[in-house]
Design a protein around this ligand. Structure first.
Ligand code: NAP
Ligand code: ZN
Length: 347
């Protein structure tokens, strides 16, 4: 074991604080990563504040990790010291169930090991990326393309893959009308990917405040959902809607925007249950679906896509002591468009 500096929650209600954590020594198949940047995902906030149920404290969140390999175990074949790498929401899975064999470790039937708040292979609690180093099995490490800066790469490990995966699976591309609901961390990546895939992209945001940004990021249209006229004008329009909103929404209103046979995919994970009228689906053969991050293979594919298309996240880099302030800004939809912690400020 060795000790690392970290920034962690000690309860659901108190601010995160500087602390230290123990990490396991790198085993034969492990990679030791010096973390350079960690993105702040809204899931970190849901999780440490107990929105999704009780969690163990102290807990260092962070599952958008970008850094450099500083040590590899004797059996590691994919990575070498000095490689630029990332770690997302998972650090292990059973590797034998149908989902794992298909490369969808996020749907591991025996439960994947989350980057923080899970039981690790040595029996200790996993701790996330708001820390200076992490030890991860090489199979759950991905490579950051040379053309993507590490700070802009960090958010790709969750916000990136969580939007890339459903856009890909539900066929966003030329001739498809795609709406992204919520222009936050996930939403802004959704706009970039849907645009790069060739779809006609519409942002549905609470207000028109971020219109210029939305259009610059690749949207063709931008509407305010606070204006009831939006729902009249866009009724029956979209082939695909990706809902990234972290709070409860009137699903029926959004489903009414789908064309015949269209699909709305929920990636937002609010603490409150969402409900809908089945007639919103039946009347036009519409589907309502969910999607969770993406598998390791798909995460690498997404990163390579970013490398080829010059895509990174739009970020605001902050020192670690600004994390609590950043949380409040995320909660008030005042994020443009991902906070990324400069981990050098934890050293
Ligand atoms: P975020 O940066 O806070 O973005 C969420 C956006 O939703 C906000 O910027 C805002 O956009 C909109 N919004 C917030 N409150 C709203 C309200 N009351 N009504 C309508 N719109 C509202 O959060 P994020 O990091 O992108 O995460 C979004 C959600 O996805 C969270 O619930 C998170 O836990 C979840 N998530 C899921 C997965 C998965 O695998 N499925 C992975 C990562 C995150 P506008 O200002 O443009 O309206
Ligand atoms: Zn996340």
């Amino acid at each position: 074991m060795f000790t690392v500096n970290a920034y962690a929650a000690t309860s659901a209600t108190e601010p995160l604080v500087r602390t230290t954590l123990e990490r396991r020594d790198a085993g034969p198949r492990d990679v030791l990563i010096e973390i350079k940047y960690a993105g702040i995902c809204h899931s970190d906030i849901h999780c440490v504040r107990g929105d999704w149920g009780p969690v163990p404290y102290p807990l260092a969140p962070g599952h958008e990790i970008a850094g450099v390999v500083t040590q590899v175990g004797s059996e590691v074949t994919k990575y070498a010291v000095g490689d630029r790498v990332g770690v997302g929401c998972m650090v292990n899975s059973c590797r034998t169930c149908d989902s794992c064999l298909k490369g969808e470790e996020q749907y591991c039937l025996n439960g994947m090991t989350m980057t923080y708040g899970s039981v690790d292979k040595d029996g200790t609690l996993t701790q996330g990326g708001y820390s200076t180093h992490i030890v991860v099995d090489e199979d759950f490490v991905v490579r950051v393309p040379d053309s993507v800066a590490l700070d802009e790469a960090a958010p790709l490990l969750c916000a990136g893959i969580t939007t890339y995966s459903p856009l890909h699976r539900w066929g966003a591309g030329p001739g498809k009308k795609v709406a992204i609901v919520g222009l936050g961390g996930l939403g802004h990546m959704g706009v970039k990917f849907a645009h790069a895939l060739g779809a006609e992209v519409t942002v549905l945001s609470q207000s028109l405040k971020k219109t210029d940004d939305g259009l610059r990021l690749g949207a063709d249209h931008y509407y305010a959902t606070s204006d009831p006229a939006t729902f009249e004008e866009l009724a029956g329009t979209f082939d695909l809607i990706v809902n990234t909103v972290s709070a409860k929404l009137d699903l029926d209103a959004y489903l009414s925007l789908l064309a015949v046979g269209g699909t709305m995919v929920n990636v937002g994970a609010p603490r409150e249950p969402l409900s809908l009228s089945v007639f919103s689906l039946l009347s036009r053969g519409r589907s309502y679906a969910g999607s969770s991050i993406g598998g390791i293979r798909e995460t690498q594919e997404m990163l390579d896509f970013c490398g080829e298309h010059g895509i990174g996240a739009e970020i605001e880099v902050i020192p670690v002591d600004k994390v609590n302030e950043a949380y409040e800004r995320v909660l008030s939809s005042d994020v443009r468009y991902r906070f990324v912690i400069d981990i050098a400020t934890l050293a």
